[in-house]
Design a binder for this molecule. Sequence first.
Ligand code: PGA
Length: 284
Amino acid sequence: MKFFVANWKMNHAFDETDEWLDVFFRNFLYNSRNLKDKEIVVCPPVFLLDYFDTELMEDSLKYFEILVKETGKPADEFTPQELNEVLLRDRPIHLGAQDCHHEESGSFTGDVSANMLTKVGCEYVILGHCERRSCHGESNEIVAKKLAIAAKNNLNPILCIGENKEVRDANNHLNFVREQLLHSIPRDVNFERLVIAYEPIWSIGTGVVPTLAQIEEMVNFIRKVVHEFFNDKIDHFFVLYGGSVNSKNSAEILTVENVDGFLIGKASLDPIEFLKICDINPKI
Ligand code: PGA
């Protein structure tokens, strides 16, 4: 399975969401078989989560109608469980948040809890993004607490790690990432699904992309460290690449063995560009 995670950051509102979903679904309905074995996750700003979830449900109903046609089975013969599977579990876009607080609840003005995210339909949450680490001073230890609370609330964490340019230039990137892994993943928690996004800070939003050899080295290193220290705690484990991914470089990066997909910032704001990265040729 390949992951395509759209991180909208602090961009887009209602109109853009309508437009994005409209373009996505028009092309998706046309190409729906092409999405098999692809896990598409969209992480809009927190105020849009509920709206996105509702819109998604309506668009998924259209998808259901297509399935009905394909199977030849009348719509009223679908059991509630089958209907639920299409509309919830098998819906073509999964919802993710960009962060959550590390406590269950309490006096944390402006913050959002993992449980609240679950209630608005989130299945994933990005944690430890470098913009959170640098702008909000999030340490590995705080990130580890966030992973624990996310797992407790049935959210799949997408843990972001990656070195800055100085660390890379000093050839210390493997040590740095190893430390991030060892301190950002809690030891005493079981994860049904853990996604790790390797995002070198020098690549995020810069247009500079590591070489395929650099990506391969790091992705394999991350797998090795996780297998060594956390193997028995994680049922399903995926490693993504993030940093200046676009429709021109995505196919090549995906040829790197062991890259399970992408975390995409800027390029995910444009639905056509995002669909191309997902290898769905937009027709409309
Ligand atoms: P970018 O951002 O694709 O715009 O480089 C990636 C990210 O920050 O997750």
